[in-house]
Design a protein around this ligand. Structure first.
Ligand code: ARG
Ligand code: ZN
Length: 416
């Protein structure tokens, strides 16, 4: 009887989790204006979840468009695309199946923290507390504010303890909720810092001379929601009385050409820029922290997925950044370092020209504030699995990304 009741409860809880049975991800290759128009029309008539680019208005000729189509419309969409002569591939046959596959089914305690798993927020939070209290010489922790739903945002300061303020680097992960590999990277970075300090001369030099501020999960409410309710959620979880739609895009909400390009003023859009710059409390908390520590912060690194890109300002304009040549040279060096491990190819360049103009991003904002070395990483892959990158790829992805990050930090150190 008791166990029946328990099973019943489990069923009720499971039923609340959004399922994606038979839902597909298509890759569309528009090569004419008509193709582009067709994709935009399609987005108007059915609710399409854009994986890449993030919304219909960012679609242009000659880019790969990855879209997640609701089950009722997959056949119709496929036929429409074929009839228009647009090249169309099925990238993911069944999102639900891939969702179950991308998690390693090892028989271990699901609440235990692992660097090669996609940890839940509760697990990450416990890890933040324990890793900082067991490594007081190298890590200190501070709460920079709370999320919309009231979760504490912890920043880990990783670096040899010092009585004076050291120059620093700010690193954040998980601005977008569904980009799980990003969140895994920040945890990996902290682990690597601790385990190679004292043996690896570059890491030792870095942590002796500088501090790295790590925000392991930027959009905690969204991240928690992707674990509990909807794996494909991207935005924050803020609510207002002006709309029934929830959340804004925390990478369109910064005061950098805010909402002028590649962002939407529709609260229901996945690229909604918010009601005003820094309307999202998570963005405001981080912006306040960076403003407060502006004189020490020499680099801003933000981790996203997917596409294998290393981007730098600007994204809100096609104008070149003042330090374009240096930023480009460092990005190329970092991409080469990354590729040297497993051959993973990255493309680097300014955001607007390399992918699409998109205003209100954290990288442009940090750069305009005066943080010269401002980079956005888009980690693996290029669409085979997209946001559902298998857990088996966490280790190689993080290892290669470390090489790129270390290339950048060593350049920053040489130019203090
Ligand atoms: N895919 C990322 C996004 O749309 C790219 C960010 C590049 N930077 C930017 N400021 N748009 O958020
Ligand atoms: Zn992102």
């Amino acid at each position: 009887m008791k166990s029946l009741l328990f099973l019943g409860l489990v069923a009720v809880v499971l039923a609340e989790v959004k399922r994606f049975d038979g839902e597909k991800v298509f890759r569309l290759k528009p090569i004419t204006d008509d193709h582009v128009l067709l994709i935009k029309e399609l987005a108007n008539i059915v609710e399409v979840d854009f994986w890449r680019p993030e919304s219909a208005d960012l679609v242009t000729i000659d880019i790969d468009v990855d879209v997640h189509v609701p089950p009722a419309h997959t056949d119709m969409v496929y036929t429409m695309m074929q009839q228009s002569g647009m090249q169309t591939e099925v990238l993911i046959e069944d999102i639900q199946a891939q969702m179950e596959d991308h998690l390693d089914n090892r028989n271990i305690d699901p609440r235990a923290h692992s660097y090669t798993k996609y940890n839940t927020w509760d697990t990450i939070q416990a890890w933040i507390t324990s890793i900082s209290s067991s490594n007081p010489e190298l890590i200190s922790r501070q709460v920079i504010g709370s999320t919309f739903e009231g979760r504490p945002m912890n920043v880990l300061k990783v670096g040899k303890r010092s009585s004076s303020t050291k120059p620093s680097i700010f690193l954040d992960c998980g601005i977008h909720a569904r980009e799980w590999i990003s969140t895994a990277f920040c945890q990996w970075f902290v682990k690597e810092a601790l385990s190679t300090y004292g043996t690896d001369s570059d890491m030792t030099g870095l942590l002796n001379q500088m501090d790295v501020y790590v925000l392991p999960v930027f959009n905690i409410d969204g991240y928690d929601y992707t674990h509990k309710k909807d794996r494909m959620w991207r935005k924050t979880r803020s609510k207002t009385s002006s709309s029934s739609c929830i959340g804004a895009d925390p990478n369109r909400n910064w005061n950098a050409g805010w909402c002028t390009a590649g962002a939407s003023s529709n609260p229901c859009s996945d690229t909604f820029c918010g009601y005003s710059p820094e309307s999202e409390i998570e963005v405001k908390n981080v912006a306040d922290f960076i403003r407060r520590n502006k004189s020490s912060i020499k680099a801003y690194l933000t981790i996203h997925s997917y596409s294998q890109l290393l981007l730098f300002p600007y994204s809100y304009t096609f104008a070149l950044a003042q330090h374009h040549n240096e930023l480009m040279a460092v990005a190329e060096g970092a991409s080469n370092a990354l590729r040297s491990l497993y051959g993973t190819k990255y493309t680097s360049g300014p955001g607007a020209a390399t992918i699409y103009p998109a205003a209100g991003g954290s990288d442009d904002w940090a750069y305009d504030l005066g943080v010269k070395y401002s980079y956005t990483f888009e980690l693996r892959d290029t669409g085979r699995y997209g946001f559902l990158l298998p857990e088996t790829q966490i280790k190689p992805t993080c290892e290669e990304t470390m090489l790129a990050v270390k290339y950048i930090t060593s350049h920053v150190q040489k130019n203090l």
